[in-house]
Design a protein around this ligand. Structure first.
Ligand code: WT7
Length: 650
């Protein structure tokens, strides 16, 4: 099925089919001038001398806009002040809709950022220091991010749903001794004890100098004199302006930890010039942003989507961005649509998992709202199934608003594959084509380039400004993870199909990373959490399909001898992982297994475990056994029958 964008949309869009094909031709004739144009979208203290210096071959090195000097906070705030000081930068919609929304102008946001930056500086934060941010969805989260950028500190935001251990591990790896948090968060009427979790984290990682605390709920918290600082007290002790720190284009802007297929989460490092230029450009073009649009991205600031399209993309374009503290189901399933009506949101960007959850509640909660202000819808995080796509298009958008299905990753900094809404006809479930300047390729498993229709792994043949530069303190891991399997290419970890019309269809991860509700969890991380439990001898984690989350965790657990498998123990293990990593890593299914299938050389046969986890009650055990293929390489083929007989997702 092909869905054409409405003509009224194309007529006024940044790109229409003709201008897009002219641009693509220009880029292929003269790529440098395109990248230069993208760089020029920003304000530079000192212009760059060399646009691009990249090697995808070892030693891998990625540099953009070399020798240029700029500041990201200046580009997001200060440069707009002469003309737009009174324009709304952030509309904060609180968890409880009875509390009035708060509108913050560019002028006011600038004032708050300067104040927080002055406090940080006074408390010893210097250029290059890593600052950990563990915040609820309140304006101070954006203020903290921009204040870091202003003083040249590297922010490392930890999603507010992660547990103490995860905060501690990120602080340790990032060598961060300064934390910004709030007393408590609020979500769906429930209080989230953020400061308390930071306290627990700092019992594990003991090197923190200061915790800067934003008063939000006013709930009671523990206090460590000397270490803990109230923001509202601290700001009374500072005054005046604080100029933006001049940063090199390649100075780090932020670290964001993300799960990989092996080992602990890696610190994805993004630098100042290239990242900002790419999110600035993609925000405007993919979302067809124009003055007077109200843009709402529902992602949390703790994920890359929040960094790029809640904070840096919109603000560097002087746009109005909605920051929503709550959840889609509170106080009712109409909340998203009510917020859209309340703030006249014109561009709405959310994840398929949220759409599936709302779709289940029927059309009535949507239909009772107007949604007339909407003109464009976006999707991100995982492939959007055509059923959810159609519902989004017809029910939410009244068949009036194009959908941009945006493919990208923490590592890519910004969107790489998406339709440009006035220029590309949509196919539900396809992210369509690479953006101008992006050289996607499909490779066979052996690394041969697939031309035309076909299916393979998705790689990128050349750099773009928003690309991550390294894994923090581990450049070797960066090279190994992304540039070794297919030398000369950036390997995405995703599978992808190209159809007869050249449209790209992401088929999901090809590595041991599981996409749960659009968030990444590495199997290795969850397995090591399980094995750290005194009752567990071995654990194998695989993905199983889930109606709302897309995928969820299915875990095979072998207990230590003498330990009795009970439902209570299952529950205990779920809570264990939740406490250790965070709620998103909580398994949906645990199956106790006498052993997990291994090859004679001791390698876990995940293919088999995946097949069993994917099957449900509609397949009989003997049918399932047949689909497993060759099990003769197993050290003990009989374990498979036990696993099938005791599968738990039936
Ligand atoms: C992985 C990256 C990018 C921000 C959110 C997630 C999957 C992302 C799509 C899409 C199909 C998608 C991929 C990718 N993914 N967007 N539109 N269609 N798959 O960032 O946590 O770094 O995860 O999310 O598998 O590799 P992330």
């Amino acid at each position: 099925m092909i869905v054409q964008p409405p003509k009224t949309f194309s007529d006024n869009a940044h790109y229409n089919p003709e201008s897009l094909s002219a641009l693509r031709k220009n880029i292929s004739d003269n790529p440098d001038s395109f990248w230069e144009e993208i760089g020029r979208r920003l304000d530079w203290i000192k212009p760059w001398t060399n646009t691009k210096e990249v090697s995808f071959k070892k030693p891998v090195s990625i540099k953009w806009y070399l020798d240029g000097k700029l500041n990201a906070c200046h580009n997001a705030l200060d440069r707009h002040l002469p003309k737009h000081a009174d324009r709304t930068a952030i509309i904060w919609e609180q968890d409880d809709p009875k509390n009035d929304p708060v509108k913050i102008t560019y002028g006011e946001l600038h004032r708050q950022v300067v104040q927080m930056a002055l406090v940080m500086k006074k408390r010893g934060v210097k250029k290059g220091d890593r600052v950990t941010i563990y915040m609820p969805m309140i304006p101070a989260a954006a203020v903290a991010i921009l204040a870091c950028a202003r003083v040249g500190a590297v922010h490392s935001v930890v999603f507010g749903g992660f547990a103490a251990q995860s905060i501690a591990a990120r602080m340790e790896d990032g060598e961060s001794d300064f934390v910004i948090t709030a007393d408590e968060g609020l979500r769906g009427g429930k209080k989230i004890p953020l400061k308390q979790t930071v306290d627990e984290a700092l019992n594990i990682f003991k090197n923190a100098r200061h915790v800067l605390v934003v008063k939000h709920t006013g709930g009671k918290i523990n206090w460590q004199e000397g270490r803990d600082l109230w923001l509202h007290e601290e700001v009374k002790t500072v005054s005046g302006d604080l100029p933006c720190e001049p940063m090199d284009s390649e100075d780090p802007l932020f670290l964001l930890y993300t799960s990989g297929s092996t080992g602990k989460p890696k610190g994805v490092l993004h630098t100042t010039g290239g990242f900002l230029a790419w999110v600035n450009y993609t925000f405007e073009k993919v979302f067809d942003y124009k003055q007077n649009d109200v843009f709402w991205c529902t992602a949390d600031v703790g994920w890359v989507t929040g960094h790029s399209y809640l904070v840096y993309g919109p603000l560097s374009n002087a746009a109005t961005t909605v920051l929503f503290e709550g959840v889609p189901s509170y106080p009712s399933n109409s909340r998203f649509w009510e917020v859209i009506d309340r703030h006249k949101v014109s561009i709405f960007y959310t994840a398929p998992t949220a759409l599936r959850a709302l779709m289940k509640e029927g059309d009535a909660p949507v239909k009772k709202t107007s949604r007339k202000s909407l003109r464009l819808l976006g999707s991100v995080g995982e492939p959007i199934n055509p059923e959810a796509w159609n519902w989004y298009y017809e029910t939410v958008g009244d068949s009036r608003c194009p959908i941009v299905d945006t493919w990208w990753q923490t590592e890519t900094g910004g969107i790489l594959i998406s339709s440009l809404p006035g220029a590309i006809a949509m196919k539900p479930g396809s992210a369509t084509f690479p953006l101008p300047g992006i050289k996607t390729v499909l490779l066979t498993v052996e690394g041969k380039v697939i031309e035309g229709p076909g299916e393979g792994v998705l790689a990128i043949a050349d750099s773009w400004p928003g690309q991550m530069r390294t894994v923090f303190k581990d450049h070797k891991r960066f090279e190994e993870t992304y540039f070794s399997t297919y030398p000369g290419y950036y390997f995405t970890g995703d599978g992808c199909r190209r159809d007869e019309d050249g449209y790209l269809w992401i088929t999901g991860r090809v590595d041991d990373v599981i996409n749960i509700s659009g968030h990444r969890i590495g199997t290795a991380e969850v397995e090591s959490s399980f094995v750290a439990n005194p009752n567990v001898a071995e654990a194998a984690v695989v993905a199983a399909p889930h109606d709302i989350k897309g995928s969820a965790l299915y875990v095979y657990v072998t207990l230590k001898s003498g330990i009795t498998p009970t439902p209570a123990l299952k529950e205990e293990l779920k809570q264990w992982v939740r406490k250790d990593i965070g709620a998103i890593a909580t398994p949906d299914w645990i199956q106790f297994a006498p052993a997990v299938p291994k090859t004679r050389s001791g390698k876990i046969m995940r293919r088999i475990l995946r097949k069993i986890a994917e099957s449900d009650g509609s397949v009989t055990p003997s049918e399932l056994l047949k689909t497993l293929g060759d099990t003769s390489t197993l050290a003990d083929p009989s374990v498979v029958e036990d696993l099938i007989a005791n599968r738990v997702r039936v």
